[in-house]
Design a protein around this ligand. Structure first.
Ligand code: PLP
Length: 351
């Protein structure tokens, strides 16, 4: 069973090497407290903290029929001084609000979401693992209006929950370079919903991803409908060389990753030429002859790609190993997240 998180899917691969095989799989352990607020009669209730556990839902709830749901994923880290810091909270809160708007769900105020996240982290701070582990935060919003006739009417009731999950670093022992299938026909999602972090997008990518895994023994699928490179089922895609980074420019077809944004910002400051534009599978295959490729996301940070499988052929990416620039950028970002390097961007927030 694969979860939504790209890194777990990567971790599940038998090709992954890890020094901590006995650690629970990503997302399977939850902190014992969660926060919950409900929207009814045009307003949000005050949020409450509850023991993490089952919630009651009407079987006619909008989400169960018409998939009115969105979520977020980001991490809080324990620093060497014992403090706990959450990474780019504001950006994730804004993305959840944007997802809610695009799904026509009630949009919670940024303050409500942030305060629920901060109070859950505060309550469970003893459960935040030491680095390379972290506390993964999972806010979740869904429509609860009990009306099975509302296929084209928005839900006027909703629930917002914030879950937390202690996670460990499966990359500590070094990661085998990823093997990626290049899918240049099928779409990952409807074009206008790619930028929304909603369950249906992951459901849509599941079938093609499992089929490619079975047929081509790959870790992930890179969706490139009509030959235009987008992203994988749960991570953004970057082409990398010393001094040059290229990735798809932001549009509605793919998720606007916060890790992507962080890496691009750092690369610019390191003097890289950062190119954000639409590019083709043919251009990508040319680039990887002597360049690097990587997937970016909250849990993977930056995971190197070693092989692209396309049209019955295998294309080695650079040397076939995780590239040196990929490793350098990854280390630089992890250093900021965990307090090993100064945070000159104001991305970390003390809880
Ligand atoms: C479809 C998809 N793309 C990209 C990402 C990376 O986003 P972020 O860097 O904000 O974690 C994710 C992970 O959440 C994702 O699910």
């Amino acid at each position: 069973m694969h979860t939504l998180e790209s890194d777990l899917e990567i971790k599940d691969s038998p090709r992954m090497s890890t020094t901590t095989p006995s650690r629970p799989a990503f997302g399977t352990v939850l902190a014992d407290q969660m926060a919950l607020a409900t929207f009814r009669d045009g307003r949000w209730s005050p949020s409450e903290i509850r023991p993490t556990g089952p919630i009651e839902m009407h079987p006619a709830a909008h989400v169960l029929h018409y998939a009115s749901t969105c979520f977020e994923g980001f991490k809080a880290y324990r620093w060497a001084d014992g403090s706990v810091r959450v990474f780019r909270l504001d950006k994730h809160v804004e993305r959840l609000r944007q997802s809610a708007r695009l799904l026509v769900l009630p949009v919670p105020d940024a303050e409500l979401i942030s305060s629920m996240v901060l109070s859950v982290i505060d309550r469970v701070r003893a459960q935040v693992p030491e680095p390379p582990g972290a506390l993964y935060m999972r806010p979740l919003l869904y429509g609860t209006m009990p009306n099975i006739g509302a296929a084209s009417a928005p839900s006027n009731e909703a629930t917002l929950i914030v879950l937390a999950s202690p996670v460990w670093d499966y990359f500590a022992g070094g990661v085998k370079p990823l093997r990626i299938y290049v899918e240049d026909h099928k779409h990952r999602t409807a074009e206008h919903l790619g930028m929304v972090k909603t369950g249906g997008n992951y459901a849509a990518a599941m079938g093609p991803t499992l089929a490619a895994r079975e047929k081509h023994q790959v870790d992930q699928v890179l969706f490139c409908p009509d030959g235009s490179v987008q992203e994988t089922g749960a991570a953004n895609f970057l082409l990398i060389r010393d001094g040059h980074l290229m990735t798809r420019s932001l549009d509605s077809t793919f998720l606007h990753g916060v890790t992507r944004d962080s890496l691009l910002t750092m690369a610019r400051d390191l003097g890289f030429h950062v190119e954000e534009r639409v590019f083709t599978v043919a251009e990508m295959l040319e680039w990887v002859k002597d360049g690097e490729a990587a997937l970016s996301g909250t849990a993977a940070v930056l995971a190197g790609v070693g092989t692209l499988v396309h049209d019955g052929r295998e294309h080695r990416v650079g040397s076939g190993e995780v590239g040196p620039v990929t490793q350098r950028l990854r280390a630089a970002l992890v250093a900021i997240q965990t307090g090993a390097a100064p945070d000159r961007y104001g991305w970390t927030r003390k809880v």
